[in-house]
Design a protein around this ligand. Sequence first.
Ligand SMILES: *[C@@H]1O[C@H](CO)[C@@H](O)[C@H](O)[C@H]1NC(C)=O
Ligand SMILES: *[C@@H]1O[C@H](CO)[C@@H](O)[C@H](O)[C@H]1NC(C)=O
Length: 246
Amino acid sequence: MKFGGIIAAIFAVSAAATPTPTVNKRATTWCDAWGSQVTGGYTIYHNNWGAAQATSGSQCTTLESVNSGSVVWSTSWTWAGGSSSVKSYSNVALVDVNKKLSAISSVPSTWSWIYTGSNIVANVAYDLWLAPSVGANDSYEIMIWLAALGGAGPISSTGSPVDSPTIAGSQWKVYTGNNGSVKVISFVATSSITNFNGDLNQFLTYLTTKQGVSSSLYATKLQAGTEPFTGSNAVLKTSAYRISVS
Ligand SMILES: *[C@@H]1O[C@H](CO)[C@@H](O)[C@H](O)[C@H]1NC(C)=O
Ligand SMILES: *[C@@H]1O[C@H](CO)[C@@H](O)[C@H](O)[C@H]1NC(C)=O
């Protein structure tokens, strides 16, 4: 009994002093059309949803680790053909957020990444989904493009930005358009941000105060990944990604 108590006390001290152990020790790689894994509060998706638009190509996504809430992952691809179509969206997601915008006070996130490869046309982007109620279809897709590589551009009904605000310390061009019944609002960084560290709630506040988005909508799913159009031997490596909602 006494011995057990000592062990428990030592364990409690060391648990408080050291970071959460690595949740995922061995890398997991997906190269089929779909794959996902839930770990450390995140869902990692490998998702070649638009691959049928390519004339050739393939993509693999690797989850390296989730350590103390920080995700290390990469995705590598070569896609040719269908130059105006997105081929995939490998991403790290917070699913079932289901929090009203008016009840959100901060969404801190950091994302450090590097893209290598040839002739890359792709974005590096957050994709935030908003719905009128929990369980309803999303009515808004909010994209935050940290990079628009090789001339990639967002959905836009006019082809021109509707605003160019400074948010979270950087300047963005804002585009609006529709994808089916979903309204798409995209923020595109005026120059690539490879080490993002900011509060995404500042974008949500901008939307409710400047773009007529209702603060009674619910944030449903928060994703971060890349949408490739075309390129070869491309690798997006994320050395640190984290996000939380409060
Ligand atoms: C979501 O949209 C689909 C396709 O338009 C529709 O069939 C479905 O009923 C909708 N679901 C809800 C919960 O509104
Ligand atoms: C458009 O909507 C489809 C179907 O919901 C979705 O898979 C796709 O990612 C959306 N496209 C863009 C560019 O947001």
